[in-house]
Design a protein around this ligand. Structure first.
Ligand code: 9MJ
Length: 679
């Protein structure tokens, strides 16, 4: 009996070890190399299998188990830990002149007239941390703190998917007995936007910027909350690193990469100060194209023996300098506050600002999110405010400059009625937004139609906001289904509508009638169903009929669909106007292309796990066709290039996406190469 139990445990232990290895490998392939080898579903299956094993046999849990990535029970407080080697801060520079002075200082100190080799890297705006690996195992992680002592945040760091729980032994670099690696933990911009949206919905204050969001997420006593926040990290230095003796900073970065640690791919190695300045200009221009926020570059003397000779001043090394980008925060005045009505009736206050240049872009509007945010920040009309923009996020008001108040500022009263239809607005218990609940409110209808015609949905070229306003105000369109019944004569009768444009619009509307199921679903504008979820639903159901007939339970059974979404979908289809609109669209000739990928046998899913971005015109097919064909083989087509993109397909006259691909090192395919993969 005892023997058979032992036997089982041994087999189980082997299985657990194999699962841990596999998960570690796939994690690295996905999060560090951006080259996934298996689907997300397969990864989840392996993870669930390991969790089940560890639950059944807790003695199998090892400190490097990937199950730690989901967080650990909460702590009462953070313990303090000392850094073996102090974590220094950086001296800042804002002008080219200061960088040239830095270079002169370095050369004067080293008593040389020869150019010094620098390595320049993006300065990521996050939180500095140190992770200690002993014999390759992640043992401890801490915040920078005051540079000498930080807070122990090991379980929180383990939730970051790109951070290896044990170091990789590639055979090229011996895993050091002790490695103290330093880097910046940050929150990617997309995740930041999503998190803030969610927080505002829950009535919680939004984070002012991705940096605060990263800090707030990492310094959670409950690491299970950290696990819900998609953080990432780039490693850029070391404290103690035993066994290895690199001679340059660039070599250190190479070692870190070899050990499986995430290192920023944008680093410019060993260059002269003039090239550093070029690198700064290049990044400064392109920084908004990145998936994370950078606030400058860090310039480091590359040679470690020179670094040692240079040493440090009180708190910062003499061999490094942070050269910051121009601020993305500015002060301006609030001229007025307008209420916008969204397609679900949500009322969003928007500030009209005295136009101001923020990081190279003129900003004249900023979102104020909701009534609570206005109250919390005590924002008044006429106030001087600090505003900021991050990436392509809508600018927001960070805070009021209270010292600039004159007493003439006006407190904003949130309206009790919808600014468009004048019906009373409601705020539901537990919600942070006021809503216009009038089903026939014209502002909601306009927003719904704009959404319906937008790029990710029916993509109707030429149907802009002003035109939608006219169509609704003149009663020509009472639902999106009506769009398909517009004729050229009606359109040509509108203001600023030439014969030719009317013709083009009729053609664009007609062309949009052939649509994939995911775009169709997204276009409906069901509350909580965004572009991504629409895609998930389309894949899960395969046809409009099946989707419309799905019960709440069937909906919840789908990964990523929760009770709130399921209820919202059901409520949508139980509203007779909505089903009547769908019927009317189908009668007008709207045809849904069969959803690709559904029910395909594994052998046909040759593009499973691959993400494509299309740019420029293709010769042998339209972009929609290319998308359908890629999806038919299990691949994905997305709109923007990110490190997760597998290929960018460049047709004729490709757009900025091609440049972005080159910048991120994403492989580029020609149309011919795409066809080969499709055949
Ligand atoms: C950031 N924040 O990206 C350093 N940093 O080096 C990079 N910070 C740094 N290096 C020494 N890339 C101290 C701080």
């Amino acid at each position: 009996m005892a023997e058979s139990e032992n036997h089982v445990t041994e087999a189980v232990a082997k299985k657990a070890q194999a699962l841990r290895r596999a998960l570690h490998h796939h994690n690295y392939a996905y999060y560090v190399l951006n080259e996934p080898e298996i689907s997300d579903a397969e990864y989840d299956r392996l993870m669930r299998e390991l969790i089940a094993l560890e639950e059944a046999y807790p003695e199998l849990i090892t400190p490097d188990s990937p199950t730690h990535r989901i967080g650990a029970p909460p702590l009462d407080r953070f313990e303090a830990v000392s850094h073996t080697v102090p974590m220094l801060s950086l001296e800042n520079a804002f002008f080219e002149k200061e960088v040239l002075e830095f270079d002169q200082r370095v050369r004067r100190f080293l008593e040389t007239d020869d150019p010094v080799a620098y390595t320049a890297e993006p300065k990521v705006d996050g939180l500095a941390v140190e992770i200690v690996y002993e014999k390759g195992l992640l043992m401890q992680a801490s915040t920078r703190g005051d540079g000498f002592k930080g807070e122990l945040i090991t379980p929180n760091i383990k939730t970051i998917n790109s951070v290896p729980l044990y170091l990789m032994d590639s055979g090229k670099v011996a895993v050091p007995a002790r490695l103290e690696v330093r880097g910046e933990v940050f929150m990617p911009l997309e995740a930041f936007k999503r998190l803030n949206k969610e927080r505002l919905k829950q009535g919680e204050p939004a984070f002012a910027n991705p940096r605060n969001a990263a800090a707030g997420s990492l310094r959670q006593l409950d690491s299970r909350i950290t696990a819900q926040r998609p953080l990432d990290m780039f490693c850029y230095g070391v404290g103690v690193m035993s066994d290895l003796s690199p001679s340059s900073h660039w070599e250190i970065l190479g070692i870190l990469k070899e050990l499986g640690l995430p290192v920023n791919p944008q680093i410019r190695p060993r260059c002269r100060i003039e090239e550093v300045l070029e690198y700064y200009n290049m990044l400064s221009e392109r920084r908004h194209a990145f998936t994370y926020e950078m606030d400058g570059i860090v310039i480091k003397v590359d040679d470690l023996s020179l670094q040692r000779r240079l040493g440090e001043k009180s708190r910062s090394p003499r061999w490094a300098l942070a050269y910051k980008f121009p601020a993305v925060q500015e002060t301006t005045r609030i001229l007025g506050i307008e209420i916008q009505v969204g397609r679900t009736g949500a009322l969003t206050p928007v500030a009209h600002l005295a136009p101001v240049l923020v990081g190279g872009v003129t900003v004249s509007r900023a979102t104020l999110h909701n009534e609570d945010e206005i109250k919390r920040k005590d924002i008044r009309i006429g106030d001087t405010v600090l505003i900021q923009r991050a990436g392509d996020v809508i600018p927001e008001v960070v805070k009021v400059i209270e010292t600039a108040r004159t007493g003439d500022e006006k407190v904003f009263r949130f309206p009790a009625v919808c600014p468009a239809c004048h019906s009373r607005v409601r705020r539901l218990e537990g919600e942070s937004v006021w809503r216009c609940v009038n089903a026939v409110c014209s502002a909601q209808l306009k927003a719904r139609i704009r959404h319906f015609a937008s790029k990710g949905a029916f993509d109707i070229d030429g149907l802009g906001g002003k035109l939608v306003d006219q169509l609704v105000d003149r009663g020509l369109v009472r639902s999106y289904a009506d769009l398909f019944y517009l004729d050229k004569a009606t359109l040509a009768g509108l203001d600023r509508m030439a014969e030719k444009s009317a013709q083009n619009l009729v053609e664009a509307i007609s062309k949009s009638k052939n649509i994939s199921l995911d775009r169709f679903i997204y276009g409906l504008g069901i509350r909580h169903v965004g572009e991504h979820l629409a895609h998930v639903l389309a894949r899960a159901f395969g046809s409009l009929e099946a989707f419309m007939a799905a019960s709440e339970d069937e909906l919840i059974a789908i990964d990523e669909v929760g009770p709130q979404v399921a209820q919202s979908i059901r409520a949508f289809f139980e509203t007779p106007e909505n089903t009547a609109n769908i019927e009317k669209m189908l009668q007008a000739g709207v045809r849904i292309a069969e959803t690709p990928g559904v029910g395909l046998s594994e052998s046909k899913r040759t593009l499973e796990g691959e993400a494509f971005v299309l740019t420029g015109a293709l010769e042998s097919m339209t972009r929609s066709e290319a998308k359908a064909r890629i999806e038919a083989l299990g691949g994905k087509v997305t709109g923007s290039v990110s490190p997760r993109t597998t290929y960018v397909v460049a047709g004729k006259e490709p757009g900025s996406k091609l440049a972005r691909a080159r910048q991120l090192g994403v492989p580029v395919l020609t149309e011919q190469e795409l066809l080969e993969r499709l055949s």
